[in-house]
Each structure stands twice: as structure tokens, then as C-alpha cells.
Design a protein around this ligand. Structure first.
Ligand code: SF4
Ligand code: SF4
Length: 188
């Protein structure tokens, strides 16, 4: 008999390329996670949620966007489960189902601005990326405080010579960057 959430579990396995059933909930992934203290759903609980198909609830968790993709969880797993890929799978499902909280939505917007910048130039340009992020985020959320805070941060960075005003300054082989992005199914 088909389990009620079987499709979701299979979808996480397909996206993560790892076997969820291998996890026996030892908790080593959570114990080693450098962000574990601020995660509402730590890695071992994510694994359990994926095993039982409780996907949509976990896709709303802020943890999946607080993860640093440092791979410590995957390296520590005694069953060689790729936990970090499972977190990535949750991210993808979170975007597909538009499940993130406003705080996480801001992180996603920033990551998209970063990727647009890399797609355009092959490298990041802080001024261009920050402007892209601020304008889009402002018109989406009308978050004036965010603009002020970024302006203050930008001023500090400017004083320390950390801002590059050479708009664009792309890499030589932009076609290579284009080819990489064309192979990724990424909507920006
Ligand atoms: S370390 Fe591996 S086996 Fe242990 S809880 Fe995490 S994923 Fe499961
Ligand atoms: S990849 Fe993410 S979940 Fe895994 S240990 Fe690093 S921060 Fe924690």
C-alpha cells in the first residue's frame, strides 16, 4: 500500500542523491553542526522529517536557510548519508512551494542577487549586487529599515576600501559562465 507522503520522500531522495533510510538517528550530524544552536529544525530532525514525508512543515523552517553548506554533517555521518544535500533538497522544495518565512525570504532574495551578479559578470561586484538586492527587496517588501541598514554597512565598507565601484568588471570568458548557468535549472 502506498504511504500518504511517499512521493515527497522519494522527491527528497531524488534531489539529494542519498538514501534516507540509512539514517538511524544517531544525532552526530546535529552535534557537529556549527549552526545547530540557532536552528529551529536541526539536521537530524530534518532527516527524520524527510524519512516520514513530513516535508512541507520542514520546508517552512528557517534552519534550511541558516545552513552554511559546510558539509560537516555529511562528513560526520557514520552511514555516509549526504545530509547537506538533504538540506539543499529542502531549500529547493521551499522555493517551489513558496514556503519560506519573511526573514528567510530576505536570505533567498540576497542569494538570487548574488547569482544574478555572477551570471552577469562571472564574479561579484559588491555595489552592483547590493543595488540589485536593495531595489528588488524594497519593492517587494517596502522595508525602509533594510535600506538604511545596508546604507550604513556600505558606508563602513567604503571607509575600509572594501567596495569596488568598477561596475561589471566581468571575467574574460563570459561564455563559459553562460554555459554553466544554462546547465543549471535556476530561476533568478
Ligand atoms: S549522522 Fe547520519 S545517521 Fe546520524 S542522525 Fe545524522 S544523518 Fe542520521
Ligand atoms: S552543512 Fe548545514 S546542516 Fe550541515 S553541518 Fe554545515 S551548517 Fe550544519
Amino acid at each position: 500500500m502506498e504511504k500518504p507522503n511517499q512521493d515527497w520522500t522519494a522527491r527528497v531522495e531524488e534531489l539529494a542523491h542519498t538514501r534516507l533510510s540509512e539514517c538511524y538517528q544517531c544525532g552526530k550530524c546535529t552535534a557537529g553542526c556549527p549552526r545547530g544552536m540557532i536552528m529551529d529544525v536541526p539536521p537530524a530532525r530534518m532527516m527524520r522529517a524527510a524519512q516520514v514525508g513530513d516535508i512541507l512543515e520542514t520546508a517552512r523552517a528557517d534552519s534550511i536557510w541558516r545552513c552554511l553548506s559546510c558539509l560537516t554533517c555529511s562528513a560526520r555521518c557514520p552511514k555516509s548519508v549526504n545530509v547537506s544535500s538533504v538540506v539543499d533538497a529542502f531549500r529547493q522544495i521551499s522555493i517551489e512551494t513558496n514556503s519560506m518565512s519573511p526573514e528567510s525570504a530576505k536570505i533567498v532574495e540576497f542569494q538570487k542577487a548574488f547569482l544574478r551578479n555572477v551570471r552577469r559578470n562571472g564574479r561579484t561586484n559588491e555595489v552592483e549586487m547590493a543595488t540589485d538586492f536593495e531595489v528588488r527587496y524594497f519593492f517587494r517588501r517596502f522595508d525602509v529599515m533594510n535600506v538604511i541598514n545596508t546604507g550604513l554597512l556600505g558606508t563602513k565598507m567604503l571607509k575600509r576600501g572594501k567596495m569596488n565601484f568598477a561596475i561589471g568588471s566581468p571575467v574574460k570568458d563570459k561564455d563559459l559562465v553562460k554555459r554553466i548557468f544554462s546547465k543549471c535549472d535556476v530561476k533568478l
